[in-house]
Design a protein around this ligand. Sequence first.
Ligand code: TYM
Length: 321
Amino acid sequence: MRILSGIQPSGQLHIGNYFGMMRSMIANMDSSELYAFIVDLHALTSVQDRERLSRGTLEAATDFLALGLDPERCTFWVQSDVPEVTELAWVLSTLTPMGLLERCHSYKDKVAKGIVPSHGLFAYPVLMAADILLFQAERVPVGKDQKQHLEVARDIAIKFNNTFGETFVVPEPVIDDSLATIPGLDGQKMSKSYGNTIPIFASEKELKKKVMAIVTDATPVEAVKDPDNCNLYSLFKLFAPKDRLTEVHGLYVNGGAMYGKIKLELLDLLWEYFREPREKRAQLLADPGQVREILQRGAVKAREKAVVTLDLVRDRVGLKY
Ligand code: TYM
């Protein structure tokens, strides 16, 4: 099975990214042919700051490696190091109906939030389709917010195959229902743009500030509470051992759940959960040359695949004479 997914280097990676995508990618390393990459060209639609983008790219790569991605057991690269993707994006854009892109929620949401409605932002899903189709990916693990983009990629693949003959694998999204939308501190989807994230590699002090800021209701301790409607419980559930989760569930439904105490417990669980990756990250940060080298080797590997697909595409559409 060929599995592929990417992540934007547009800020600190958070636990929504981890549970929505990174964890399942890392878990799939041995059982599949895995492609993971940092999408700096996509990030350029919202980060127009040379220093922030280049530092963010190296940091996102460092974080992914620290979390357990092994470059020997997958192909791991930075999107802009494989320029074939932009050529494929152009070809795909010529058969992408405007209406398909006009319907994309993500574009509308970003514009509503004040991001400049550039052509690049509008064409974002076409570049994402190119990312996926260039590597003939069969499965794409993502959070729910990317579902519509996956539908666009599928539509484009089908349209291309119908127009020019069977060329692309039609990719399937992989969305784990229980992890599809990890809530942020305020209960909305955890997202860099809402400022409600728990960064994976926050310092202990920053992490404490974040966890204590998780929004809960104002019911007294004795009150019966609904765990399924509690943001704190949803986050606690991601980290707590089964037995402890059952106990805390009991406190919610029978009364006696103390939010402050649960937050402190969550803080400890979070800190422990990412202990090893944090240590690995410190080592990698001390040697950015090593990370750059890994990415460069990854780009060479990725390009070997990319040129094969692009050559076929050029042939199919008549860009060979
Ligand atoms: P990005 O960088 O916004 O997020 C990376 C991954 O994290 C998931 N995610 C979440 N999952 C659950 N709960 C949340 N609160 C949450 N927040 C983020 C996202 O769904 C995503 O899977 N367009 C993509 C990057 C991309 C890509 C691709 C992905 C570019 N090309 C090709 C797959 C295949 C994005 O902006 O993800």
